[in-house]
Each structure stands twice: as structure tokens, then as C-alpha cells.
Write a protein that binds this ligand. Structure first.
Ligand SMILES: *Cc1c(COP(=O)(O)O)cnc(C)c1O
Length: 372
């Protein structure tokens, strides 16, 4: 039995939602799960269950459920397949030394998903439903949260237009899903600086576009530039808006000055990273100056040449923080090498992961326990 969740402005308390729970009768065996957790990689293996919640124009949010992980039945005319009306999120569940399971600032992901949904003309999922979906999935699939150093269970909430209609307008039927995938340590042999290609022909987002929304379309348009970057021996692409720095395909960018102050680009078309926001907060806690303002590629180039800018890094949930060792453009290259180029970045990375894994005091109250 389910209670329709119709009143979005005043959702019932999570305890009062009646979730339909169907356990997977053929879950992965303990041996199979342990084999995956011993070497999870990223995004390749999925847990035994998934969450979905329906939305319709008439009924609002309704029928929250947990069911066995498996294929989704979708009408071939479902709007998402034609017009890409879709948003997603990404966050992690971390196992602490005492076995408990925590996630990091999920309220921020819920709020960002609401902003993304607004831009893509999708309904906003109330924060409480979002948080409850995480708890419900972890309640069944908690054993899939690995415990080795720097591993986690990657949580992927997403929402798409499922109405079967080829007319161009916001869909009247939408689905929210949550799936989970164990994630290995991003760097198996210590954090290594990455090489980034500066793309001069392609843009990630335009003024008034969807750059600030976490939506699949932004990623679709990044695949070709990304493939070209690989050919140049680079792992990722840095996008510009004219002369101004934007971000990588899926990570924000920060420059490190000689005096330890940080500079990160500000623009309407950058996705507001929660890792970025948290790193900047930790830097401010240390008394370091933090500037969020438009930054040109010329400033970076000149600063690197003069020694004013000593390093740079990219940050996002999946990799946490990676130092940028080289920025490769068609006609120039910026190189940051030597310990001083990475020292601050790596210590901020350490401080953040210490909080996430329960090794340091969570002084900002960023952790939310999921298994209790
Ligand atoms: C998700 C994402 C980020 C990083 O955000 P986090 O909340 O730190 O994971 C940065 N840029 C883009 C385009 C993204 O999609």
C-alpha cells in the first residue's frame, strides 16, 4: 500500500511515507559481492536494489519504492530519449572505522537537484524525499559500502521525463531513480597530477544555457572534446567562455597563489560543486584568502610565468581533488611541477577526506549518517 505524496510544499515527515519494498530474491552472493568490493573500479558494478519515485502532473510525487536492480521499461516515445529532459546528482557513502555509513552534505545535493530540475522544467523533489531515498537504499544495500582506504559507495540519483509524447513541452510524467555503485580508490598509487587540454574550439555551456545545471546534455557535448584531449595525452578538458576560465567537463578548477590564497572562476554557466565549496571553506578556516571571481586564461599564464600562481587543481566528488600538472593549449603550455605546486592542494584533500571517512572532527556538521 502506498500513500500518494501530492503536497510538495508541505511533504509529510519521512517516517510517514509508506515505501513499497520488494527485496531482491536473487541478490549477488557474498562471494560475488566481496569480489566486486575488492576491486570495484568506478561505475561498473551496481548493488542489488534501486529506488524509484513517480511524479505526474496530477498526482505529484507518489509510490516511492525500493525494488531489485534491473532494466527500466520505457516507452520508445519517452521524452527523455528525444529531448534530453534529465538531471542527475552524484554523492558518496563512506564507511567509518566503526562500520557506520555516512554521506557528505546530501542537503546540498538535494538543493542542487532542485535547481537543476527547475532549469530543465522538471518537478522539484523535496529534500526529505531525496534524503529518505538514500536511507532506504542503504538500509538494504549497506553491505555494498566497501571499507578499504579511499573507497566508497557512489550514489547516483537522477530524474527524467518518461511521458510518451513527441511534442516539445515539459513532460507531465517524470521518474526519479537512485542507483548505487561501489567505487575504488581513484588513485591506486598516490595522487598523481593530471594533464588537462585547453579546448579553444568547443564550449561547454553558453550564456543563459544549462551550464549551471547537472544535466546529461552538458556531458553529451563534452564527449567529443574529451576524446580529442585523450589523443593529446590529456585526461580532461578545460573549457573557456571567451578569455574566461569555466571548468572541466565534470570538475571545478582552482588556482593556488604563492601566498596560499585560492582563486576560482565565477560565472553563471559553471556547475556549483559541493567539493569546491567545501574545500574553499576549509581553506578559509585556515585563514587563507579565497576569491571567487572571473579569471582569464591570460591571468593564469602570466601568473604561472611570474611565479605568482604556483599550482592549480580540479575538484569534484568522484576524484575529490587532483593537482593539475600541465595545461596544454594549441600554442602554449602551463606547467606546475615540484612539491610546492601540490602541497596545499594535497593537504586540503587530506583534510576533506579525513572528515568524510570519520578520521577528523566534522566541525561543520557536514556528515549525515545513513544506516541508523
Ligand atoms: C558534478 C559536477 C562538478 C562537481 O560537483 P561536486 O558537487 O563537487 O561533485 C563540477 N562540474 C560539473 C560540470 C559537474 O557536473
Amino acid at each position: 500500500m502506498t500513500i500518494p505524496l501530492t503536497d510538495i510544499s508541505n511533504p509529510p515527515a519521512p517516517g510517514s511515507l509508506l515505501w513499497q519494498i520488494t527485496r531482491n530474491t536473487e541478490p549477488a552472493s557474498v562471494e560475488a559481492r566481496e569480489a566486486v568490493l575488492a576491486n570495484p573500479g568506478f561505475g561498473q558494478h551496481f548493488t542489488d536494489h534501486m529506488v524509484d519515485i513517480c511524479w505526474s502532473e496530477k498526482g505529484g510525487w507518489h509510490r516511492p519504492r525500493v525494488s531489485p536492480y534491473g532494466p527500466i521499461q520505457l516507452d520508445p516515445a519517452a521524452a527523455v530519449l528525444h529531448y534530453a529532459q534529465e538531471v542527475f546528482e552524484g554523492l558518496k557513502a563512506y564507511r567509518h572505522a566503526d562500520g557506520s555509513i555516512h554521506t557528505f552534505r546530501p542537503d546540498q545535493n538535494a538543493a542542487r537537484m532542485q535547481r537543476s530540475a527547475q532549469r530543465l522544467a522538471l518537478p522539484e523533489l523535496p529534500t526529505e524525499y531525496f534524503l529518505e531515498s538514500l536511507r532506504q537504499l542503504v538500509a538494504l544495500d549497506g553491505a555494498w559500502v566497501p571499507d578499504a582506504a579511499e573507497t566508497s559507495l557512489y550514489l547516483r540519483p537522477y530524474m527524467f521525463a518518461k511521458e510518451a509524447f513527441l511534442g516539445v513541452r515539459a513532460a507531465k510524467k517524470v521518474a526519479y531513480y537512485l542507483i548505487a555503485s561501489p567505487a575504488g580508490a581513484y588513485f591506486a598509487h598516490g595522487v598523481q597530477p593530471v594533464s588537462i587540454a585547453l579546448t579553444q574550439g568547443f564550449a561547454r555551456a553558453g550564456k543563459g544555457g544549462t551550464g549551471a545545471a547537472k544535466t546529461g546534455g552538458n556531458y553529451a557535448s563534452s564527449l567529443l572534446p574529451q576524446a580529442e584531449a585523450y589523443e593529446k595525452g590529456c585526461e580532461q578538458v578545460l573549457y573557456l567562455d571567451g578569455e574566461y576560465l569555466e571548468e572541466l567537463g565534470g570538475m571545478n578548477v582552482v588556482l593556488v597563489r604563492r601566498d596560499g590564497s585560492l582563486v576560482t572562476p565565477e560565472s553563471d554557466s559553471i556547475l556549483e560543486g559541493i567539493t569546491l565549496k567545501s574545500i574553499l571553506q576549509l581553506a578559509e578556516d585556515r585563514g587563507l584568502a579565497v576569491e571567487q571571481r572571473p579569471v582569464t586564461i591570460t591571468e593564469w599564464r602570466a601568473g604561472a610565468a611570474s611565479g605568482e600562481i604556483v599550482g592549480a587543481f580540479a575538484c569534484g566528488t568522484a576524484a575529490v581533488l587532483v593537482p593539475i600538472g600541465r595545461l596544454v593549449a594549441d600554442d602554449f603550455e602551463i606547467v606546475h611541477e615540484g612539491p610546492e605546486s601540490e602541497e596545499l592542494a594535497l593537504s586540503l584533500r587530506q583534510e576533506l577526506t579525513d572528515i568524510q571517512y570519520g578520521r577528523a572532527d566534522d566541525k561543520h556538521g557536514w556528515l549525515v549518517r545513513l544506516d541508523a
